[in-house]
Design a protein around this ligand. Structure first.
Ligand code: ADP
Ligand code: MG
Length: 490
C-alpha cells in the first residue's frame, strides 16, 4: 500500500483543514461526530477497496474525542498494531479533513475485556468443494479455502483466440494434475479476462470427476486469493498456530492462489508462500497461480520465487477481441434466455472493452431492465440504460489521444489531423482517426468534425464509410486499424 501517494492526493484536504482550524472550531457534539465518522469510514472504504476495508477497518470503533485527540478502538492488539501501521496515517488525515479540531488519532484496544474476541473472518467458508464437502488429511474441514462460484465452470467459459491457450492449459491441469511441464500453472492477464473463472473451472472439474489421490482419499483442492492467504497466515501467527496452517495447506493435492500480485511487498507472507510452494511441488502436488503480470514482470517478487513460478507453464490471457466479446455476449444472452438483437451486441462489443466483467454487467443490466418493464431490448434502450457505463468508457479514449496515436502510427505530424491538406498520405490517416473517434467515443459527427480542423459532419460520415469499405477490401489495412483500436482500448 502506498501511503505516500494517498497522502499526496489528500493534500488539498489537509490544506482545507488547516485553513478551517484557524477559525478555531467549537466542541463537536456527538451527533456531528457520528456523522463525521460515517464520512471517514465511507472514504476509507473507497480508498482501500471493499476487501481490505472488510478485513481490517470495519472493526474500528469510535470511542471519544477529547480536546484535539480522537480515540478509536479495535478488539485485539494484533488488529490495533496492524491498523495503526498500515492505515494510521490515512485514518488521521481523513479525520483531520473531516473535523479540523482533530489533531491526533489514538488507536487503542478495548481496555481490559478479558479474552479478546475472535476476528471476524472475511469469508470463513468450508473447502471449496461445494457439492461434496471434502476433508483434508487431519480430517477437519480445511478453513483455508474460499468458496467457488457455481457460474465459473469450463462449460460457461467462452473460448476464443485470446484465451484458448490458457483455457487448454487449465483443462489439461484439471484432467491430469501435476503432470510434467504444467506444474506450476501460472495464469496471467488484465482485470476481468477470466483468470478466476478458469481457476474455479479447474476446481469444479476435479470435484465433478471425484478422483481419488495416491492415499486413496478424494483429491482435495484449496483455492484462495493471495490476500486471503496472507490473512490466514497472519492470523495463524497471532494465534501461534502456524504449524497447523502449514500442515493444512501442505496436505492438499492442488493449491490455487489467485491474484498473487497482492503479495508484492509483503515479505513474510511471500516467504511463507515460497516454502508452501516448494513443499507441495516437491511432493508432486499441483500448484495454480494467477497474477496480473507475467512472472518476469512482477516486480517486487523475490527472485527465487519468480524463478520457480516461471518454471512450469506460463499462460497469458490476452485482451478480448471484438469477436470474442460477441461470442461471450451471445452465450450469456442465450443462457439468460433473452433475445438481444445483433446490433445491440455489436454496439456493446464495440463500446465495452476489454473487460468481460463489465461487458457482463452491462448485459445483466439490460436484461434486468427489459424484464422489469417487459420491453424488448433495443439499441435506444441500451444507450439509455447504460448511459453512465458508456460515458465512463468514452472518458477513457479521447479524440486527442486517437489523433496522437494514429499520427504516430502513420508517422505524420499531429497538426495534420486538423490541416487542410488532402494528399493521400495525410488524408487517409485522418480518415482512420475520424473512424476510430466514431467507433470509440460517443461524440456526434459534428463534434468529431470540429476536432478535425472544423470539418463538416458529412466529411466525417464519408471518412467512416470509406474506412469501412477499405477494411473490407484490404486485409492489411483492416489489421492496421484493428491494431490501432486495440492499442487505444487497452
Ligand atoms: P479475472 O479473475 O481475470 O479478473 P474473472 O475470471 O473474474 O476475471 O472474470 C470476470 C467475469 O467475466 C466473470 O464473471 C467471468 O465469468 C466472466 N468471463 C471472463 N472471461 C470469460 C469467458 N471467456 N467466457 C465467459 N465468461 C467470462
Ligand atoms: Mg480474479
Amino acid at each position: 500500500m502506498d501511503l505516500g501517494a494517498r497522502r499526496l492526493q489528500d493534500d488539498d484536504h489537509e490544506i482545507q483543514s488547516t485553513a478551517r482550524s484557524i477559525i478555531s472550531p467549537g466542541p463537536t457534539d456527538e451527533q456531528t461526530l457520528t456523522r463525521q465518522w460515517a464520512n471517514v469510514r465511507a472514504r476509507l472504504q473507497r480508498e482501500v477497496g471493499d476487501v481490505e476495508y472488510r478485513n481490517w477497518l470495519k472493526q474500528v470503533a469510535l470511542a471519544s474525542l477529547d480536546g484535539d485527540e480522537l480515540t478509536v478502538i479495535l478488539p485485539t492488539r494484533f488488529l490495533r498494531d496492524w491498523v495503526s501501521k498500515e492505515y494510521g496515517a490515512l485514518l488521521t488525515s481523513f479525520w483531520q479533513a473531516e473535523n479540523p479540531s482533530v489533531r491526533r488519532v489514538d488507536i487503542r484496544t478495548r481496555p481490559n475485556t478479558g479474552t479478546a474476541p475472535d476476528l471476524a473472518e472475511p469469508t470463513s467458508a468450508p473447502l471449496p468443494m461445494a457439492p461434496a464437502p471434502r476433508r483434508v488429511a487431519d480430517d477437519r474441514p480445511a478453513e483455508n479455502a474460499a468458496p467457488l462460484d457455481p457460474r465459473f465452470t469450463f462449460d460457461t467459459f467462452v473460448v476464443g483466440k485470446p484465451n484458448e491457450f490458457a483455457y487448454a492449459c487449465a483443462r489439461r491441469v484439471a484432467e491430469n494434475p501435476a503432470s510434467a511441464g504444467f506444474n506450476p500453472l501460472f495464469l496471467y492477464g488484465g482485470v476481468g479476462l477470466g483468470k478466476t473463472h478458469l481457476m474455479h473451472g479447474i476446481a469444479w472439474e476435479l470435484s465433478r470427476r471425484n478422483d481419488i489421490n495416491r492415499n486413496g482419499r478424494p483429491v482435495s483442492v484449496a483455492y484462495m486469493s493471495a490476500e486471503k492467504f496472507m490473512y490466514r497466515f497472519i492470523n495463524a501467527l497471532r494465534r501461534q498456530s502456524t504449524l497447523e496452517f502449514k500442515n493444512e495447506l501442505r496436505s492438499v493435492d492442488i493449491l490455487m492462489i489467485d491474484d498473487l500480485q497482492f503479495l508484492i511487498g509483503k515479505d513474510n507472507t511471500q516467504e511463507e508462500f515460497f516454502h508452501t510452494f516448494n513443499a507441495l511441488i516437491d511432493s508432486g502436488k499441483q500448484i495454480v497461480v494467477s497474477a496480473d503480470k507475467s512472472p518476469s514482470d512482477l516486480s517486487g517478487i523475490e527472485d527465487r520465487l519468480r524463478t520457480r513460478l516461471g518454471c512450469g507453464m506460463v499462460a497469458d490471457l490476452h485482451a478480448t477481441t471484438y469477436e470474442l466479446r460477441i461470442s461471450i455476449l451471445e452465450a450469456k444472452a442465450a443462457r439468460a434466455g433473452v433475445d438481444v438483437p445483433a446490433r445491440v451486441m455489436e454496439f456493446l462489443a464495440h463500446k465495452i472493452t476489454p473487460n468481460v466483467r463489465e461487458l457482463e454487467g452491462a448485459l445483466n443490466r439490460l436484461v434486468a431492465h427489459a424484464n422489469l418493464f417487459d420491453r424488448p431490448v433495443t439499441l435506444e434502450a441500451t444507450q439509455e440504460v447504460l448511459h453512465d457505463v458508456l460515458r465512463a468508457y468514452d472518458r477513457r479514449v479521447t479524440i486527442e489521444e486517437i489523433q496522437k496515436r494514429v499520427a504516430e502510427h502513420y508517422t505524420i505530424k499531429i497538426s495534420e489531423m486538423s490541416s487542410a491538406r488532402r494528399a493521400r498520405n495525410i488524408a487517409r490517416p485522418r480518415q482512420v482517426a475520424m473512424y476510430l473517434a466514431k467507433q470509440l467515443t460517443s461524440r456526434s459527427l459534428p463534434e468529431i468534425g470540429r476536432k478535425f480542423g472544423n470539418r463538416d459532419h458529412t466529411t466525417v460520415m464519408h471518412a467512416v464509410s470509406r474506412v469501412t469499405e477499405l477494411m473490407a477490401q484490404d486485409s492489411g489495412f483492416a489489421e492496421d486499424v484493428e491494431l490501432l483500436r486495440r492499442m487505444l482500448e487497452s
